[in-house]
Design a protein around this ligand. Structure first.
Ligand code: TRP
Length: 330
């Protein structure tokens, strides 16, 4: 079975963009794959965040992942910091990657731009992400478009390590085609729908009510020529609505466009489809909130299973680099 790993930062308020762009693929990869999914709380520390928010967001993320349909019987769901090998392997990979390589990362450049001070962790973030992936021997890594460069770095670091220290890591495949769909902001269709954005009307959150979803879709920005056709460049707002309906109904955007003449009708159907898609998630989430002990148990079991796999990989990597085994052989 193909080993799959992915991670999501616990930054609160998952959006429809997270769901359609990445998370629903996590759900489908549970079948026929050995899937590991982690809430990457350590990554959340790379920029300023209140400790209480880290804690609350980590739980919130785990609840959301269960609510969208991750099934602890069919995947390993865990919190990154609860498996200590993530930080341990990160150091070994920081001693494998180069400064030049990390400097080229566009996410680092974007997030660091204009900041008075930048945390070292923001710079070395891709090494932590590479550790996440390599610890589990993941072959497939479903990530959004914006993470392709980090995944490429993980591949390069794995190859370099293997060449220098002997075959140790599975080199993950490049990004999986089609899994990184981009959902755009409904008010600013030229930018991605993002959980950190300040565009509440443009952002549909995973747990929005039917009324909120409908209101946001109805107010979505389109264009004034009234012509129904799929054109991402010239008609980004309309294209986004067509993409949304296509993603929610399993068709292509061009097929969807052929069914409509008027924007208003399209919006009604987009809203209805999204309500149908997200309603069950919201209901499941409410059930889970009533059962915190269940969620704790899932995470504890997930961390134990992840640790078994991660510890074996870490021990091989540490040995390959010449470190002496620890007291328990680790
Ligand atoms: N950096 C990823 C993001 O911002 C999250 C992430 C961390 C991740 N570790 C990972 C994704 C490992 C895939 C595999 O979305």
């Amino acid at each position: 079975m193909t080993r799959v790993l992915s991670g999501i930062a616990p930054s609160g308020n998952f959006t429809l963009g997270n769901y359609l762009g990445a998370l629903r693929h996590w759900v489908s990869f549970q079948d026929g794959h050995d899937a590991f999914y982690c809430v990457v709380d350590l990554h959340a520390l790379t920029t300023e965040i209140d400790p209480a928010d880290v804690r609350a967001n980590t739980r919130d993320a785990a609840l959301n992942l269960l609510a969208i349909g991750l099934d602890p019987e069919r995947c390993t769901l865990f919190v990154q910091s609860q498996v200590p090998e993530h930080t341990r392997l990160t150091w070994l990979l920081e001693c494998t990657a180069t400064v030049g390589e990390l400097r080229r990362m566009t996410q680092f450049k974007d997030k660091g731009r204009g900041q008075e001070t930048v945390r070292v962790g923001l710079f070395t973030y891709p090494c932590l992400m590479a550790a996440d992936i390599l610890l589990y021997g993941a072959q497939a890594v479903p990530v959004g478009d914006d993470q392709r460069q980090h995944l490429e770095l993980a591949r390069e670091v794995a190859v370099r390590f293997n060449n220098r220290y002997g075959e140790t890591f599975v080199v993950p495949d490049a990004a999986i085609p089609g899994t990184g769909a981009r959902v755009m902001d409904l008010q600013h269709p030229e930018r991605k729908m993002s959980k950190s954005s300040d565009s509440p009307m443009g952002t549909i959150r995973l747990l929005d009510t039917d009324e909120e979803i409908t209101r946001k879709v109805k107010r979505a920005v389109t264009d004034t020529d009234g012509e129904m056709r799929y054109d991402r460049q010239a008609k980004p707002g309309l294209a986004n609505l067509l993409d949304l309906l296509a993603a929610a109904t399993g068709r292509t955007a061009t097929e969807v466009a052929a069914d409509y003449t008027r924007y208003g009708e399209l919006k009604e159907d987009v809203a209805a489809a999204l309500c149908q898609l997200l309603g069950p998630v919201r209901r499941r989430r409410a059930e889970l909130e009533d059962d915190p002990a269940y969620v704790d148990a899932v995470l504890a079991r997930g961390a134990a299973r992840a640790h078994e796999v991660a510890a074996a990989t870490y021990a091989r990597a540490a040995d390959a680099m010449g470190l002496l085994p620890g007291p328990e052989g680790a």
